[in-house]
Design a protein around this ligand. Structure first.
Ligand code: NIG
Ligand code: FE
Length: 407
C-alpha cells in the first residue's frame, strides 16, 4: 500500500487502546487533548495538542473530536455468491440450522452458488459487503475461504479477498478455511477430504501466498477434533497460524485442542466450558465472540464471558459476516450486541475490535495508537468512545486514515 508524507492530527482526544494503559489502569488508554504525528504510514509521535504543530508540517485540526484506532473485523466469510433467505424462512418455521445443514442446505448451498460464480461477480459482491464495514471505520478485515471446498474455487475466493485490498482502501487478512464442511463428493470419506485439504490445496495456498492462517470448523456438522488436528499439523508444517471455529453448537473440546497448537484465536465458544479456559490463557489464544450468529440462530447458550474475563483471556468480537448464521454487515451493531446480549462492557467491545482483534490476526502493529504502529485511524465526532457500542446506527467516523493515507 502507498505511504504518504508526514502530517499531524492536532487537537484530538485519543483512545489509544494501548497495552501499557492496562498496566497503568487508564480506561481506553485515553489521552485527552493530544496530537499525533504520522509519517510513512506509521504513527511516529504522540504528544500534547499543539506541541507537534510548530515544525512547519501539514496540520489537520481534529476539532476536539476523538481519534480511535481503525476498527478490525477479525472474522468474516464475506466472499460468497447467493443468499440463504429461504433457510431463514425455514428456521423461523421451526427447522434448526443443523437440520438444514444435514439435509444438504447450509454451507453446501452457498458452496454450490459460489462454485458457479465468476471471479468478477464474486469480487463485485464482496466489494459491496466490505464497503458496508468500511464506512463504519473498519480498516482491516479478515476474510475466510470455505465456500469452494475444491482447489479451483478456494483459490478463487482467496484471490478475490486479496483483490479487495487493491480495489478498496482496506487491509485484508486472508484465511484458508478448507475444513469448513465436507463436500458432497467426500460424504462417505471425510478423512479423504481432510487429506485433500492438507496435501493438495494447502501447499498451493502457501505457494501462491494466499493466506496467513488456516481455520477449521470443529463441530458435529463440520469436522471431528482428530480431523481438525490433522489440519493444524499441516498448517504448522507450512508455517501458517491456526484459528478455529469451536464450541458453537456443542462442546467437542475444540478450544482445548486449538490451544495445544497455540491457535491465534478460538471463535464462537458459546459451549466452551469453564475448565477449558485456563488452557486458552496459557497459550495466549484470543477468545473471539460472534454475537451476530448467536442472535441470528436464536441461540440461548451464552459464551462464558465472566470466566474469560476472570482468567484474563483477551476477548475479541467480530461480525462473522456470512450468508447463513450471520448475514450482518455492521461491526458497530455487533459491538452493541456484545454489550446487550453478552454483557460485555463498551470498553471490552472496543478492545475487541482493536487491540484484541489485531492479536487474533497475529498483527503486532495494528489496533493501538502507539508509536511505531500503522497509522490506521478513525476520527469520531462523539463525546466518549463508549458511544460506539451504545446505540445502533447512530455514529459514523468523520475521517478515516489507512496506513497513513486518508480514505
Ligand atoms: O462462522 N460455523 C461455521 N461457519 C460459519 C457459518 C457458515 C454458514 O452458515 O454459511 C459461522 O457461523
Ligand atoms: Fe465463521
Amino acid at each position: 500500500m502507498r505511504k504518504t508524507a508526514g502530517f499531524c492530527i492536532n487537537n484530538v482526544n485519543i483512545a489509544t487502546m494501548s497495552a501499557s494503559s492496562n498496566v497503568a489502569n487508564v480506561p481506553y488508554g485515553i489521552k485527552e487533548n493530544g496530537s499525533v504525528y504520522i509519517n510513512a504510514g506509521r504513527i511516529e509521535k504522540i504528544d500534547d495538542a499543539n506541541h507537534l504543530s510548530a515544525d512547519g508540517i501539514n496540520v489537520i485540526d481534529g476539532q476536539g473530536q476523538w481519534l480511535l484506532p481503525g476498527l478490525i473485523d477479525c472474522h468474516t466469510h464475506l466472499v460468497y455468491a447467493g443468499n440463504r433467505a429461504s433457510e431463514f424462512e425455514m428456521r423461523q418455521q421451526g427447522k434448526s440450522y443443523s437440520e438444514i445443514a444435514k439435509q444438504g442446505g447450509g454451507i453446501q448451498s452457498t458452496v454450490n452458488a459460489t462454485r458457479q460464480a465468476s471471479y468478477e461477480s464474486l469480487l463485485h459482491l464482496a466489494k459491496n459487503r466490505a464497503a458496508r464495514l468500511i464506512e463504519e471505520g473498519v480498516t482491516t478485515i479478515e476474510v475466510k475461504s470455505g465456500y469452494g471446498l475444491d482447489l479451483e474455487t478456494e483459490l478463487r475466493m482467496l484471490h478475490v479477498a486479496k483483490d479487495l485490498e487493491r480495489t478498496l482502501s482496506v487491509n485484508i487478512e486472508p484465511t484458508y478455511l478448507g475444513a469448513h464442511s465436507v463436500p458432497k463428493k467426500y460424504r462417505e470419506s471425510p478423512d479423504e477430504y481432510v487429506k485433500f485439504v492438507c496435501e493438495q490445496v494447502l501447499p498451493e495456498v502457501v505457494k501462491q501466498g494466499l493466506a496467513t492462517s488456516v481455520d477449521v470448523f470443529c463441530e458435529t456438522i463440520g469436522f471431528t477434533p482428530a480431523q481438525c488436528e490433522t489440519v493444524f499439523i499441516a498448517a504448522k508444517d507450512h508455517g501458517l497460524n491456526v484459528k478455529a471455529h469451536v464450541e458453537q453448537l456443542s462442546d467437542l473440546k475444540g478450544a482445548k485442542l486449538a490451544a495445544k497448537y497455540h491457535a491465534l484465536s478460538v471463535d464462537h465458544i458459546e459451549y466452551l466450558q469453564p475448565e477449558d479456559i485456563p488452557a486458552l490463557a496459557k497459550s495466549n489464544t484470543v477468545a473471539v465472540v460472534l454475537p451476530g450468529a448467536f442472535y441470528s440462530l436464536r441461540e440461548t447458550q451464552l459464551p462464558p464471558i465472566a470466566a474469560l474475563r476472570a482468567h484474563n483471556v483477551p476477548m475479541a468480537i467480530a461480525t462473522d459476516l456470512n450468508p447463513g448464521s450471520s448475514p450482518i454487515a455492521s461491526l458497530l451493531t455487533i459491538m452493541n450486541m456484545g454489550c446487550v446480549l453478552f454483557g460485555m462492557t463498551p470498553e471490552e467491545t472496543l478492545l475487541g475490535v482493536t487491540r484484541h482483534a489485531a492479536q487474533a490476526l497475529g498483527l503486532n502493529r495494528k489496533g493501538q495508537i502507539v508509536t511505531g504502529f500503522d497509522a490506521d485511524l478513525g476520527l469520531w465526532n462523539i463525546q466518549h468512545p463508549c458511544e460506539l457500542s451504545y446505540g445502533i446506527n447512530q455514529v459514523r467516523p468523520s475521517r478515516i486514515w489507512v496506513n497513513g493515507e486518508e480514505r
